[in-house]
Ligand binder design. Structure first.
Ligand SMILES: Nc1nc2c(c(=O)[nH]1)N[C@@H](CN(C=O)c1ccc(C(=O)N[C@@H](CCC(=O)O)C(=O)O)cc1)CN2
Ligand SMILES: NCC(=O)N[C@@H]1O[C@H](COP(=O)([O-])[O-])[C@@H](O)[C@H]1O
Length: 215
């Protein structure tokens, strides 16, 4: 029986593509990407899902309308509906695991709590080492810190998602050495290549941990 993975994206989807390519191979055995959700309509990751064989169902769940429809708590209402979207997926798309793969939206308890109640772990890819450069723009900030002489290495991690952003238990941590004279673009390319390996490894481990009850 294949494990079912729902992937949340916001952009190009190169990490989603790594998961698509690895699913049901020895890199990620007995697993399938069953649904992709983007908070940005133009995310190329939605095209990657549509172009997969077989095509992967997708949803666009945009935030802007909630600013007017729910002025008191747009983020909470958005997150509540995102949880309902996932929990109401048909049986063959109901996830064993949710993977944030370049998902650029901070998730509140209005999402985290119903998903936790349903027993669905959430993991996230973050291009930094545990406890460093939490939040968006981590690659750029680590490059700047290196060039200020503050750090000598950065990294990529896959971690469980908790309310405190990027502070969930790490599953995979890969260190990345920083190189004098390297541009931020060159560093970004190196880090992206490492991300594509880490996200497959982390997803495999998270599914194994769920099966053995150790997550
Ligand atoms: N509760 C949690 N939510 C999220 C986590 C997490 O660990 N706990 N991980 C992030 C992913 N992420 C870094 O890995 C991250 C992404 C985006 C942001 C952020 O500041 N987002 C802004 C909007 C930015 C934009 O739209 O460009 C926001 O949500 O207001 C921080 C961290 C996913 N969520
Ligand atoms: N805090 C999370 C974060 O910053 N994630 C970043 O989003 C990119 C998504 O790329 P992709 O859409 O090509 O997978 C990733 O490369 C990662 O560095």
């Amino acid at each position: 029986m294949s494990s079912r993975i729902v992937v949340l994206i916001s952009g190009s989807g190169s990490n989603l593509q790594a998961l698509i390519d690895a699913a049901s191979t020895p890199l990620l055995p007995a697993a399938q990407i069953v649904h992709v959700i983007s908070n940005r309509k133009a995310a190329y990751g939605l095209t990657r899902a549509a172009n997969a064989t077989p095509p992967i169902p997708t949803s666009y769940h945009g935030y802007p309308p909630y600013k007017t429809s729910h002025p008191a708590d747009p983020r909470g209402a958005y997150d509540e509906d995102l949880a309902k979207l996932i929990l109401n997926l048909p049986e063959d798309q109901y996830p064993d695991l949710i993977v944030c793969a370049g998902w650029m939206h901070i998730l509140t308890p209005k999402f985290l709590e119903p998903i936790a109640t349903a027993g669905i772990p959430i993991i996230n890819l973050h291009p930094a080492l545990p406890g460093a450069f939490d939040g968006a723009g981590a690659i750029e900030r680590s490059w700047e810190a290196f060039n200020r002489g503050e750090i000598a290495e950065t990294g990529v991690m896959i971690h469980y998602v908790i309310q405190e952003v990027d502070r969930g238990e790490p599953i995979v941590v890969k260190k990345v050495e920083l190189r004098a004279g390297e541009s931020v673009e060159e560093l970004t390319t190196r880090i992206h290549d490492i991300e594509h390996v880490a996200i497959v490894e982390g997803t495999k481990l998270a599914l194994e941990k769920k099966k053995t009850g150790s997550s």
